[in-house]
Design a protein around this ligand. Structure first.
Ligand code: GLY
Length: 308
């Protein structure tokens, strides 16, 4: 839905009246004016390791798609991470089922996997689906068999550190997806996300991180969005794609992020957040969680930047 500027502003005024914006505006604004191009930006403290790798890929002149895949892979490989990769929290059947999606702005190319077991890098499997099949998404055993046939090794789940207690409900500690966006020097945008999803979820449950348009969306004429948080709430409002519509309308990534996150709040139980980048390298972020650290790096910055 494209909303008019008048309705867009009116909507925000209503949000202010409910107190939502009071929380949002308390968060430092990453920037609506400065432009970072090229750029990588990601969610949560573990995104720092992803950004370090992704920005090198960009500086080598490689594709933002490579930056997204290689950056997210670093986090997936960290078995001490309780919410991404095979070290992630198990479902109610004590299995670790992983979701990921990747999207490349030019051509709206997308790939994703849902409920994938025993493969260390769902983001790479998602990319392979995008690149060599006519499909966008594979799930469960089909995704597993595809990954094996493509040479991805089977690996057992499990942590390198202590066990994480299970929780069946979403809260600010129970859905920390790695979400990453990369903008190339030429303005092409790629985005992706990867997660083990909600702890204690039903076997076969697939969250937003596997769904193009919900967990991630990229359109090089507009920008990219990637999300973290309560997958069910994010799916219900098709958060990533909706945020891009707000970006198109308002031409302000931070404003678009803040209006979009209110969709989660209206949903009533939407703990989550999103990062937004436009094709010019302006960035935005918003969250309904108490905190959502967002880090970004660009050769135009002397050091990595961070907001909460
Ligand atoms: N956003 C991750 C999940 O809900 O699975």
């Amino acid at each position: 839905m494209i909303i008019s500027r008048r309705k867009f502003l009116a909507r925000t005024a209503i949000v202010t009246a409910t107190g939502t914006v009071a929380r949002l505006s308390a968060a430092p604004n990453p920037s609506t004016e400065e432009r970072y191009k090229p750029l990588v930006i990601s969610t949560w403290p573990f995104g720092k390791a992803a950004n370090d790798v992704a920005i090198k890929v960009i500086e080598e002149g490689r594709s933002p798609l490579d930056a997204v895949e290689e950056g997210i892979s670093v986090v997936e490989a960290d078995r001490s991470n309780p919410s991404v990769g095979l070290g992630g929290r198990p479902n109610s059947a004590s299995e670790v089922q992983l979701d990921a999606c990747i999207m490349f702005g030019p051509g709206h190319k997308g790939g994703s996997v849902g409920a994938l077991e025993g493969i260390a890098h769902p983001i790479s499997v998602a990319r392979r689906i995008m690149e060599i099949t006519p499909h966008v998404m594979l799930v469960g055993e089909g995704a597993h068999q595809f990954a094996l046939a493509q040479g991805f090794g089977a690996e057992a789940p499990g942590k390198s550190g202590s066990k994480t207690p299970q929780s069946k409900s979403a809260d600010s500690k129970n859905h920390d997806t790695i979400a990453l966006l990369a903008l190339g020097r030429d303005g092409t945008i790629a985005g992706g996300c990867s997660t083990s999803g909600l702890a204690g979820k039903l076997p076969g449950r697939v969250g937003d991180s596997a769904l193009v348009g919900c967990g991630t969306y990229a359109d090089s004429t507009l920008g990219g969005v990637s999300c973290t948080g309560d997958g069910e709430a994010i799916i219900r409002v098709v958060l990533a794609r909706r945020a891009l519509e707000y970006l198109k309308e308002a031409d302000d990534p931070d404003y678009a992020a803040k209006v979009a996150v209110d969709l989660l709040v209206e949903e009533g139980r939407g703990e989550g957040g999103l990062i937004v980048v436009d094709w010019r390298g302006r960035i935005g972020s918003a969250h309904s969680t108490a905190l959502m650290p967002v880090g970004w790096m660009s050769p135009t910055l002397s050091e990595p930047a961070l907001s909460f």
